[in-house]
Ligand binder design. Structure first.
Ligand code: PEP
Ligand code: MG
Length: 325
């Protein structure tokens, strides 16, 4: 079975009727790229940059960050790399502890709020990302956006960083694509308002589920309630995909839901174009995609959206999967 999945890695992620989607990898370290490509990843859909900042007393310099980003770019061999700016919730590093204390980190200064609160740190990171863009297809993505103003401010910083790089005579990508990580319900509900500001959407279901259902994603006690198949989450996901498609923007998902084979038919049927997940889950996702037609997936999505409870959706999708084995 493992061999069969391995053989799949060279085949396209395409439905039986020829509808092509893209499978990308989520990574934390450059060292993960090679094995991700071997498992069929067509690029990096989410490079989490937190590890560069954790476990140290000083912040990583522009050159240090640039070296790591370029390493990812080079290892991906010309495929696209989406780099997410620093997101962090929780004081486990001395460096962050000295920056701020949060009584409730998930509702506090994380993601874009952290970025915009510490502008110098943010600008250094953006400059490093822009410079890496001169060596391949790099895109930048901003986390935890809850309102258009924050995105605009982030884009102002991007412009400022470009000006500085120009003055410093450093090579960079002047037309880097900008993405919105949709992981707060307010952004999902108003997804269409962001379209003029961005080049692509990416749905982060780990946080979107947490914030939509009021379930702490780190609490073992309420973990069973962290349900991506909840009708409320499905409606938000659909709203983002519809907004993206209506405005002609690409839409990806990089939350764990994208790597969950049970959800693949549903997401495909809703119109998701890029699935970004832990590399190990990509072969299985591809297998599901290659076994259906887009029409069948749309029918599954349509029926799943009519159900009223997460467990009903789960059972329905399990049935659909079984009947296709
Ligand atoms: C998400 O929230 O779905 C996501 C991809 O980001 P993270 O898991 O890093 O918060
Ligand atoms: Mg997140």
């Amino acid at each position: 079975c493992r061999k069969e999945l391995q053989m799949l890695s060279d085949l396209p992620a395409e439905t039986r009727d020829g509808y092509r989607v893209q499978l990308l990898a989520n990574i934390d370290h450059p060292g993960e790229v090679t094995s991700a490509l071997a498992q069929g990843a067509e690029g990096v859909g989410l490079f989490r940059t937190e590890h560069l900042f954790l476990g140290r007393d000083t912040m990583p310099s522009e050159d240090e960050q640039f070296a790591v980003y370029v390493q990812v770019v080079q290892k991906t061999g010309g495929r696209c790399v989406v780099i997410r700016t620093l997101d962090y919730a929780g004081p486990s590093s001395p460096f962050f502890q000295s920056m701020h204390y949060e009584p409730n980190p998930f509702l506090g200064c994380r993601g874009i709020r952290l970025n915009l609160n510490f502008e110098e740190i943010f600008k250094v990171q953006i400059k490093a990302i822009l410079r890496a863009g001169a060596y391949g297809k790099v895109k930048v993505m901003f986390p935890l956006i809850s309102r258009v103003e924050d995105l605009r401010r982030a884009k102002d910083m991007l412009q400022q960083a470009q000006l500085e790089l120009e003055q410093e005579g450093k090579k960079f990508d002047p037309r880097m694509e900008v993405g919105l990580l949709v992981e707060v319900p307010s952004a999902a509900l108003t997804a269409e308002l962001f379209a003029p500001e961005i080049d692509f959407y990416n749905i982060g279901t780990n946080d979107l589920v947490q914030y939509t259902l009021a379930v702490d994603r780190t609490s073992a006690r309420v973990n069973p309630l962290h349900q991506a198949l909840h009708p409320a989450v499905l409606r938000l996901v659909k709203n983002v995909i519809d907004a993206a498609r209506n405005s002609g923007k690409c839409v990806a998902m990089c939350g764990e839901m994208a790597g969950e084979p049970l959800a693949t038919l549903l997401l495909l049927g809703l119109g998701l174009q890029q699935f970004s997940a832990a590399a190990g889950s990509l072969p299985e996702i591809k297998k599901v995609i290659r076994a259906v037609t887009l029409r069948e997936a749309r029918e599954v999505a349509h029926r799943a959206l009519q159900l009223s409870a997460p467990e009903e959706v789960r059972r329905y999708l399990e049935q659909e999967m079984k009947s296709r084995r």
